[in-house]
Design a protein around this ligand. Structure first.
Ligand SMILES: NC(=O)c1ccc[n+]([C@@H]2O[C@H](COP(=O)([O-])OP(=O)(O)OC[C@H]3O[C@@H](n4cnc5c(N)ncnc54)[C@H](OP(=O)(O)O)[C@@H]3O)[C@@H](O)[C@H]2O)c1
Length: 247
């Protein structure tokens, strides 16, 4: 069970699923290290709210150092990194996508989670702690959508990175458990952005409009509480790829 000795580093905690997870772990009195570019609400029992743009390498470097120092003052139980910050931009066919947006999206959705995972593993090894990495993935890692080539490629890459690191960790003396979890379709700003696109850039637009209109989107709070229950269950396999909808 998640408790007061546990520590969670959650990226993308200013809104959407990240904020909902922070609230869910706060209910269990866990210590939180919350990251986003924008303002993060000040409502948690024990939290550091850390501003960083995770597309900017020096800011990712500084974040890892700040998190390592944050652990100095504690004797944590489980320490968990949740790579949640993400973007579905650019939504356009590959030939119409802005290269700068593609670069930023790959950094945020793939490169930074890879870097944070590797820095986190070093910290956990150095401190001889118990560690987990939860990469928030998507059904887009497996399904191909016109207009989402950057997002699909990044999430597929994140899942495969997870599999590889899972194999690496499985025979370590003090392994960090690294998994990917697709959360399902959630009623957040990301879905509003998708519904705001046009059919030329995103031919599957109607499907996502219908999901909203038919009430098929999950609330972020509900997804977060299912995720907490899944983590508490403790049955995570090294390199496991999960879909919350199947659990
Ligand atoms: N919503 C869905 O239906 C759905 C479905 C499958 C998977 N997912 C995945 O679930 C995760 C959360 O999605 P969501 O729907 O909660 O998205 P969201 O509502 O758009 O929130 C995205 C979060 O990421 C942060 N973020 C964005 N760019 C950042 C940057 N450059 N540096 C630091 N933080 C940044 C945002 O904070 P700031 O803007 O303040 O920086 C925000 O907290 C993502 O990985 C997404 O791919 C979502």
């Amino acid at each position: 069970m998640t408790d007061t000795n546990d520590v969670f580093l959650i990226t993308g905690a200013s809104r959407g699923l990240g904020l909902a997870m922070a609230r869910a772990f706060d209910l269990h009195d866990a210590a939180l290290f919350l990251v986003a570019r924008g303002e993060i609400v000040d409502e948690f029992k024990q939290a550091v709210r850390y501003r960083a743009d995770l597309t900017v390498s020096p800011e990712v470097h500084d974040l890892l150092e700040a998190f390592d120092s944050f652990l100095d003052d504690r004797k944590p139980g489980n320490v968990t990194l949740i790579n949640n910050a993400g973007t579905v931009s650019p939504i356009a066919s590959a030939d119409r996508s802005d290269p700068g947006e593609v670069d930023a999206a790959i950094r945020l959705n793939l490169l930074t989670p890879m870097w944070l995972t590797s820095g986190f593993i070093k910290t956990i090894e150095k401190r001889k702690l118990s560690g987990r990495v939860i990469n928030i993935s998507s059904g887009a890692a497996h399904s191909a959508y016109a207009g989402w080539s950057t997002y699909c490629a990044a999430k597929a890459g994140l899942d495969h990175f997870t599999r590889c690191v899972g194999i690496e960790q499985s025979d370590r003396v003090n392994p960090v458990t690294v998994v990917s979890i697709a959360p399902g379709v959630i009623d957040t700003d990301m879905q509003s952005q998708i519904r705001g696109m046009n059919k030329q850039d995103f031919p599957m637009l109607d499907k996502f409009v219908n999901l909203k209109e038919s009430g098929a989107l999950e609330s972020a709070d509900r997804v977060a509480s299912r995720l907490v229950a899944f983590l508490d269950d403790g049955a995570l396999k090294h390199g496991g790829i999960y879909d919350l909808r199947d659990l």
